[in-house]
Design a protein around this ligand. Structure first.
Ligand SMILES: O=C1C[C@@](O)(C(=O)O)C[C@@H](O)[C@@H]1O
Length: 384
């Protein structure tokens, strides 16, 4: 029976970047090719487990016939496919809860994009399901949106905490609409060519949006289809500012946001002063931060990479911070800074991934025909 199974897919674990082959046996009613008796299909999955498959993938409707019967080294993925549309956030949330409650090792939801903005709902659910780890075990989630308009979900899913993405080994041979052939892009330079010169190459060719120019950083580069020009945007600022504003609104129960006195802290005092001068703020040396006693209503924003994986035990401030604490680090989502701040009773704010993303969708929608030319630079390119 195993001979009849077609191996046409691969898992691409983007984080570890190791490649695993997965066996799948999806029925026609769930978008696959198997048209036979259900019991036989489930038998195949059971045999696969006995033979030591790393993963077996079963539809939500059949999870009971597999879950709990798997050997320790076989992980069970529970799947749901919607080939018509992407349901509302509420419906997706309910579906996710039902899937998580099955006891599966991994939850996978694949929906269909009728509009590029549908992807946002899947990202929202993916992010939300990671945050529920605060109160218990996190079940890894795969959230994908099928179809050309869902392409961005396949590329950006790791950024939103997705466990893996799907692709095809051969262009055109797909098991779901929108799957892309595996291409590993890397910026490879000769040891004598410095990262600075790569940046120089990019920055020399970039046209900046007004906001990116002002901030001096971009996190998205899009090749404009009308003239092929590379346009650099900054969408991260919006994710950060909107999260802080939301946090303030929630804390003070009001809709008005007022200005603030800005204090810039940097390891190099001179640099702190330089930036502080440009925003008419004050500067502080990092060494003085622990003894700094700000007035009530302080918002502390960590915009450095301190506390980011792998150095998750680092924190920019040794005492427990109070007030409203924002951390721009997004791996891990709950940094030591945020954890300790929360323990001290502070209000913590996470980067508003979704706003950041919504903003990019708005940009993309403005620039029609984007799909073949979307470039995403996951680590920011800083302008010299
Ligand atoms: O669940 C998935 C992901 C998928 O739907 C995709 O969109 O790549 C393809 C399916 O075959 C697979 O089982």
């Amino acid at each position: 029976m195993l001979k009849n199974i077609v191996f046409t897919q691969f898992f691409c674990f983007l984080n570890a970047f190791s490649l695993l082959i997965r066996l799948f046996f999806r029925p026609k009613w769930e978008g696959g090719q198997y048209d036979g008796v259900e019991n036989k299909r489930l038998d195949v999955l059971r045999i696969a487990m006995e033979l030591g498959a790393d993963y077996v993938d079963v539809e939500l409707q059949f999870i009971d016939s597999i879950s709990g019967k798997n050997p320790e080294n076989t992980k069970v993925i529970v799947s749901s496919h919607n080939y018509q549309y992407t349901p509302s956030v509420e419906d997706l949330g309910n579906l996710m809860a039902r899937m998580q409650a099955t006891g599966a090792d991994i939850v996978k939801i694949a929906t269909t994009a009728l509009d590029i903005a549908d992807v946002e709902r899947i990202f929202q659910i993916t992010v939300h399901s990671q945050l529920s780890c605060l109160c218990g075990i996190v079940v890894p989630v795969v959230g994908l949106v099928m179809g050309d308009r869902g392409l961005i979900s396949r590329v950006l899913c790791p950024k939103f905490g997705g466990y893996l993405t799907f692709g095809t080994l051969k262009s055109g041979v797909v098991s779901a609409p929108g799957q892309q052939a595996l291409k590993v892009f890397c910026v490879r330079t000769h040891p004598q060519i410095s990262w600075d010169s790569v940046l120089q190459f990019l920055t020399g060719r970039l046209h900046l949006s007004a906001v990116a120019k002002l901030i001096g950083a971009v996190n998205y580069i899009i090749r404009r289809s009308t003239d092929g020009k590379l346009i650099g945007y900054n969408t991260d600022y919006f994710g950060a500012i909107s999260a802080i504003e939301d946090g303030l609104r929630g804390k003070h129960n009001s809709s008005s946001i007022t200005g603030a006195r800005v204090v810039i802290v940097n390891r190099t005092y001179e640099r702190a002063r330089e930036l502080a001068t440009s925003v008419r703020g004050d500067a502080l040396a990092l060494a003085d931060l622990d003894n700094y006693h700000p007035e009530d209503g302080m918002i502390l924003a960590n915009t450095t990479s301190i506390g980011m994986q792998p150095k998750v035990d680092d924190t920019p401030i040794s005492k427990h911070a109070l007030g409203l604490i924002f951390d721009a680090v997004y791996t891990p989502k709950i940094t030591r800074l945020l954890r300790e701040a929360e323990e001290s009773g502070a209000t913590i704010i996470l980067l508003n991934y979704l706003f950041s993303f919504t903003d990019s969708i708005v940009l993309l929608q403005r620039l029609r025909n984007f799909s073949e030319t979307l470039w995403q630079i996951t680590s920011e390119v800083w302008m010299p």
